[in-house]
Design a protein around this ligand. Structure first.
Ligand code: XMP
Length: 517
């Protein structure tokens, strides 16, 4: 792999993605990693990330000096660039000259591998207080800005490179070119990592892990669990059985997409548990959001346990108990909860509906090394239906937490209808790529006065909550075109009974969460 050494900024994940976008597999490692540990991973390249510290600060994150002696091609970015400069005998100075945001650089682009083929004048994204004052011996200075004499350097012989700016962010005009040049031209790494390879590699791994044992997977209707199960099915066929709990809080058409389209595309063996009655009964009379969430979680576990008991009873007959459970854990979850060391805990909400801890399963996690967009690419490669692969994130508790007030069948029906209109109109307007997700919320406890035809109405509002986000930790409300909003509003008020008003949520996260409950 290419190792991305994380110096504690938010940028490491972005760098890892950009490297993968250049068709090279990358992994994030903490800066505390030792040279021996690096060597054991057999890296073909190293990228040192940016970080919030100054190399002078007490306790500033350092790098095992042995790492730069392994002979591995290395690119330092921002703080990583300064770490390289310091360790290799150059000089970093606290000049008092800060550079933040878009900055003009003048670059040498004709005689080095890193910037070759780029314009000499370009705009890059900077964020630093310290600067490299003197490049280490044997290094050529490749770029400078008005206040930074050494904004990039290279030692083509050692294949060591560094840039003060952030090539991984889109604001750096030729940023991806820097990364591509480093990987393919300077380090000579082939562009051969793609979704096809990942599938083949995972299939082999799963077969080795599972052998002839039986495997269970919960399907939530979402992308991750669908793709994870499909890879496992590719590996072990009918040793896999999938369980899909219909809790009645799904969106329009979702059950059919799983039961018919997904099963048709994969040939997976699926057991659907129809628990709609059970959930509605348990939710009757409850409006408090946390209570709703707890009830939904509890009933989900009950349904899943029942299915498991049935399947284990069935398994007893052929003597093969179910030993493995598939989970759609993604790379960002692994990194966030432990630095990708392979020992990370899985956050509870990534368990399908929060499976009980005392279930004694060994986990199969074929997506552990992947980002969401890569999971989608693999889903497409596996021939999964676009409705599932392209789907927005949808919370486990489903529409239950998008009805503010008590959950009833009539209200669910109404919300499903409004939600379907919103999804159809956003897709028709080609906006799916811009929107992370767009919860549609029914304010069931609120009524307002309206006029329709020539009569007074007293109906409920529907809230649109379109958000843009990279990871759902923070989000901004998406500026949807007015004509699209107008069409959605018209259609909902005309077509959905008992709704006479459509409102737009213009709150970022924070302070608002994405979901209303
Ligand atoms: P919030 O509302 O916390 O949502 O800003 C962040 C992201 O998480 C999703 N979400 C959930 N996903 N189970 C899930 O699997 C849950 O209980 C849950 N609650 C919120 C939400 O849709 C958004 O993408």
């Amino acid at each position: 792999p290419v190792l991305v050494v994380d110096f504690g900024a938010q940028y490491a994940q972005l760098i890892a993605r950009r490297v993968r976008e250049a068709s090279v597999y990358s992994e994030i490692v903490p800066h505390t990693i030792t040279a021996a540990e690096v060597a054991a991973k057999n890296p073909i390249g190293i990228v040192l990330s940016g970080g919030p510290s100054s190399v002078y600060e007490e306790g500033a994150p350092a790098l095992d000096t042995g790492i730069l002696e392994l002979g591995v091609p290395t690119l330092g970015i921002c703080y990583g660039f300064q770490v390289m400069a310091t360790q290799l005998g150059g000089e970093v100075a606290h000049t008092g000259q800060r550079e933040y945001g878009s900055t003009a650089v003048t670059a040498r682009t004709d005689d080095n591998q890193l910037l070759r083929g780029q314009p000499t004048a370009q705009t890059v994204w900077m964020s630093h207080g310290d600067s490299v004052a003197i490049a280490p011996d044997g290094f050529e200075v490749l770029a400078s800005t008005a206040s930074t004499p050494v904004a990039a350097f290279a030692n083509d012989e050692k294949r060591f490179y560094g840039v003060q700016w952030h090539p991984e962010v889109k604001h750096s005009q030729y940023g991806q070119d820097v990364i591509v040049n480093f990987l393919h031209k300077a380090a000579g790494i082939p562009a051969d990592w793609n979704s096809g390879n990942v599938i083949a590699e995972q299939v082999e791994k799963i077969r080795a892990q599972v052998g002839s044992a039986r495997v269970i997977a919960g399907l939530s209707g979402g992308v991750d669990s669908a793709v994870a199960a499909a890879i496992v099915h590719e590996a072990v066929g009918d040793q896999l059985v999938c369980v899909f709990v219909d809790h009645g809080l799904l969106r329009q058409d979702e059950r059919r997409q799983v039961e018919v389209d997904y099963v048709a595309a994969t040939g997976i063996r699926l057991v659907t548990i129809d628990a709609r009655e059970q959930f509605l009964t348990a939710l009757a009379g409850v409006s408090d959001p946390e209570t709703k969430r707890k009830i939904i979680g509890r009933e989900f576990i009950r349904s899943f346990e029942q299915a498991e008991r049935d399947l284990i009873a069935e398994a007893d007959a052929d003597g093969e108990p179910i030993r493995f459970l598939v989970q759609g854990t993604l790379y960002p979850d692994v990194v966030e909860s432990g630095g990708g060391s392979g020992t990370a805990n899985i956050k509870s909400h990534h368990n399908v509906g929060g499976l009980p801890e005392d279930l004694q399963f060994e986990l199969v996690e074929p997506l552990r090394a992947l980002f969401k967009d890569e999971v989608r690419a693999i889903g497409r490669e596996l021939g999964l239906p676009e409705e599932i692969v392209g789907r927005q994130p949808f919370p486990g508790p489903g529409l239950g937490i998008r009805i503010v007030g008590e959950v009833t069948e009539a209200r669910l029906e109404l919300l499903r209808h409004a939600d379907a209109i919103v999804r159809a109109e956003l897709s028709a307007a080609g906006l799916d790529g811009e929107i992370w997700q767009c919860p549609v919320v029914l304010l069931a406890d609120v009524r307002s006065v309206g006029v329709q035809g020539d009569g007074r109405t007293y109906g409920h509002p529907i809230v649109l909550r379109p958000v843009s986000s990279e990871d759902a930790m923070t989000a901004d409300w998406t500026r949807l075109p007015y004509d699209v909003l107008a069409r959605i509003s018209n259609r909902i008020t005309n077509e959905v009974a008992d709704v006479n008003r459509v409102v737009l949520d213009v709150t970022s996260k924070p302070p608002g969460t994405i979901e209303w409950e």
